[in-house]
Design a protein around this ligand. Structure first.
Ligand code: FAD
Length: 289
């Protein structure tokens, strides 16, 4: 099924994210995680695209497994350093595997060298895939992409990307819903009208997230910092607090009329199960624990 059709239903929905095994790592644990996640009946499951070798083959294989579990898959695809021929091959492999949805991404630019290949920005990938029958999504950044100096420039670029053929966009994680609401209102004012899926990260490792947020420029509210300070050294306590915080964010989003939430579940079905248990009356579905 195409994700734009799922989103058009206009009902609260939750989707999950998984990452494929790294090169030469076993598939079985990832497949088992997906089978458990699928029991929660997410609206769809997205499969990230790694930077290592075999990345695409593993993303396609895992996305295919998601669909064999009865869940619509969204395959991520990055274009930095790729050639037109390579992207055409990847698109053909996804189509052969029955994948209908692609998240068009640039990927992180190489640190030590100028980017090579036929694609400089995600918009180039969107242009290459537009009209090819896929439902296309892209990434957006409520707190501005770290390489962009001003949010208005970033939104202008996003609008170009959407106009090139995106059907929806998914946000980078955020921990303060007010930042998301302000961003959404700016997007609508600037003419970005496609559905915006809110990305929520349930935090199970407080110390790690503090570092990631520093690098990506994601604001950590003092309420969240207090949780990390108090529970960051106890994995069980941090998991309880992280699930509670993410649940609260999601309930607030739904209460304020946002219908689509993407949970960065990162191959952790126990996190997804606990969040979905808290939301069953709102989104339905799922399996009792
Ligand atoms: P772009 O849309 O190309 O934007 C990148 C930067 O370039 C921005 O600063 C933008 O303002 C600027 N820009 C855009 N167009 C132009 C233009 N025409 N001229 C000048 N500047 C321009 N990474 C992975 O490797 N694998 C994944 O699976 C993955 N999944 C992700 C999922 C989500 C929801 C998100 C939010 C990110 C994901 N990423 C993933 C990370 C992503 O690849 C990086 O954030 C990357 O740095 C930017 O990708 P983008 O697609 O947003 O790029």
């Amino acid at each position: 099924m195409k994700i734009k059709e799922i989103l058009a239903a206009g009902r609260p929905s939750v989707s999950f994210e998984v990452f494929p095994p790294k090169k030469d790592a076993p598939f079985a644990p990832v497949k088992e995680a997906i089978e458990r996640l699928a029991k929660q009946r997410p609206a769809f499951m997205s499969v990230t695209y790694g930077a290592s070798g075999n990345a695409q083959a593993n993303t396609t294989a895992i996305a295919s497994h998601v669909q064999s579990c009865g869940v619509t898959a969204l395959a991520h695809l990055t274009c930095i350093s790729a050639t037109r021929e390579g992207i055409a091959k990847e698109a053909a492999a996804l189509r052969d595997a029955g994948i209908e949805n692609v998240l068009c991404l640039r990927g992180d630019a190489p640190k030590d060298a100028a980017p090579s290949g036929d694609f400089l920005h995600a918009v180039d990938l969107v242009r290459a895939l537009a009209g090819s029958g896929f439902c296309l999504g892209g990434a957006c950044y409520p707190e501005c992409h770290p390489e962009c100096e001003h949010i208005e420039d970033d939104i202008r670029r996003l609008r170009e990307k959407v106009e090139a053929g995106l059907d929806f966009v998914t946000t980078q994680m955020f921990f303060d819903n007010n930042i998301f609401y302000r961003y959404l209102s700016k997007l609508r004012d600037r003419g970005v009208t496609v559905p915006v899926i809110a990305g929520i990260m349930p935090v199970a490792n407080g110390r790690q997230i503090a570092r990631i947020c520093r690098l990506s420029g994601t604001y950590l509210p003092s309420r969240f910092k207090a949780i990390v300070d108090r529970f960051g050294d106890s994995p069980r306590a941090m998991l309880d607090a992280g699930v509670a915080y993410a649940t609260e964010q999601i309930v607030d989003l739904f209460a304020n009329g946002v219908n689509a939430v993407h949970v960065y579940t990162m191959n952790r079905p126990e996190v997804a199960e606990r969040i979905m248990a808290n939301l069953r009356g709102i989104v339905g579905g799922g399996e009792a624990q």
